[in-house]
Design a protein around this ligand. Structure first.
Ligand code: NAD
Ligand code: 022
Ligand code: ZN
Length: 375
């Protein structure tokens, strides 16, 4: 069938919005009509050519929501008409990782997903007979896409696509980092570095679980009002404190009898390895945990003195907020519909597919928290 898609034709080139061909679903696959998709950093990272594993031509996009229109042979868990969110971290419930109950990083289709093809090793997208790669197993920058059955989460039908698409990446990553990875308890003191599309979701989850002190750190003063909107209690701009950031933050968290200071939990939502170090060292001696959410560029390294860890700080990382997509994503959609978490104010821009390159520009200039393409 013919579908409308934004095609990444080469590194550093703008996306080309055009008609491409999509084959129907094979065994274990589903055809989804994408109704809305968010624009996230990883799409840009790949388009820019900085991602050494990036493939071209490809249909990018990994933050979508839509409706099942057709299912291939053997598909049992979803049917035409079901509303779904594509999952770049699938959940097969059968591989050693899924069965371990210790990680959300399902390995069942990992190799082919990274190669930009479906689990049978072929692509469903083409243009003039020439293959186009899939991306992160999702390819949501198209009005129809084919996905493995294990890579869709079925969600309630009264939830608006143009908002819940954000649950396909940013919301789940930020909220999940707090709830699944850090398991933050009521009364905790937390520091969030980077108040963008991920950091604001970390902040709202910290408020949800009853954290006492939620310090936001960002070099952009416009983010102060944004953080406060979602529950941040204190804001620090590292460029304006006239000294070292770590002792400044540790001092802020000192209270009463505890004169050591440091946060119970810190979150890196910048992808900057210097910030990751600051986040670890701003943790409380003995028990502080620092969660790396930001994805750094290829080949980058983090460092700290071993003493930081020997004295009881913990460094952790999280992918997709530690969420098991088919199990946890429908719950997050429910939380949104019940008003437990907010999404609407974070979607600062919506646009038709034709304007997707403008959506990337807005993201770069820090003007948007989230831009969403509505089909
Ligand atoms: P964003 O650009 O919207 O936000 C980043 C924020 O960090 C901005 O507000 C910026 O001003 C701030 N910042 C930059 N340098 C800083 C510094 N030195 N100190 C303090 N603040 C600084 O990006 P986003 O969409 O929120 O994504 C954040 C990171 O999370 C990215 O690296 C992204 O790739 C990653 N991410 C990871 C996962 C995962 O599963 N682990 C999922 C989604 C996104
Ligand atoms: C989403 N991300 C950043 C912004 N939006 C993002 C990027 C990478 C990951 C998660 C979120 C990620 C963390 C760990 C892995 N990935 C490896 C998972 C594994 O090896 O099992 C990751 C994922 C997908 C892909 C590449 C890396 C891909 O499909 N190409 C989940
Ligand atoms: Zn993303």
């Amino acid at each position: 069938m013919d579908v409308r898609a934004a095609v990444a034709v080469g590194a550093g080139k703008p996306l080309e919005v055009t008609t491409v061909q999509l084959e129907g679903p094979k065994a274990g696959e589903v055809l989804v009509e994408i109704k809305a998709t968010g624009i996230c950093h990883t799409d840009w990272f790949t388009l820019s050519g900085e991602d050494p594993e990036g493939l071209f031509p490809a249909i990018l996009g990994h933050e979508g929501a839509g409706v099942i229109v057709e299912v291939g042979p053997g598909v049992t868990s979803v049917k035409p008409g079901d509303h779904v969110i594509p999952l770049y971290t699938p959940e097969c419930r059968q591989c050693p990782s899924c069965l371990s109950r210790k990680t959300n990083l399902c390995t069942s289709i990992r190799a082919t997903q990274g190669q930009g093809v479906m689990p049978d090793g072929t692509s469903r997208f083409s243009i003039g007979g020439k293959k186009i790669h899939h991306y992160m197993g999702t390819s949501t920058f198209a009005n129809y896409t084919v996905l493995p059955e294990i890579a869709v989460a079925k969600v309630r039908e009264d939830a608006p696509f143009d908002k819940i698409c954000y649950i396909g990446c940013g919301v789940t990553t930020g909220v999940g980092a707090v709830i699944n990875t850090a398991k933050v308890e009521p009364g905790a003191k937390a520091i969030v570095f980077g108040l963008g599309g991920i950091g604001l979701n970390v902040i709202q989850a910290l408020r949800l679980v009853g954290a006492d002190m939620i310090i936001g750190v960002d070099i952009n003063n416009d983010k102060k009002a944004w953080g406060e909107r979602f529950g941040m209690t204190h804001f620090v701009n590292p460029t304006e404190i006239g000294g070292d950031l770590v002792p400044y933050l540790v001092n802020m968290t000192k209270k009463g009898a505890d004169q050591i200071g440091g946060a119970d939990y810190t979150f890196d939502c910048t992808g900057n390895t210097k910030v990751m170090r600051q986040a670890l060292e701003a943790c409380h001696r003995g028990w502080g945990e620092s969660i790396i959410i930001g994805v750094a560029g290829a080949g980058q390294e983090i460092s700290t003195r071993p003493f930081q860890l020997v004295t009881g700080r913990t460094w952790k990382g999280t992918a997709f907020g530690g969420a098991r997509g088919r199990t946890d994503v429908p719950k997050i959609v429910d939380w949104y519909m019940e008003g437990k978490i907010e999404i609407d104010p974070m979607i600062t821009h919506t646009m038709p597919l034709e304007d997707i390159n403008k959506g990337f520009d807005l993201m770069h200039h820090g003007e948007s928290v989230r831009g969403v393409v509505v089909f």
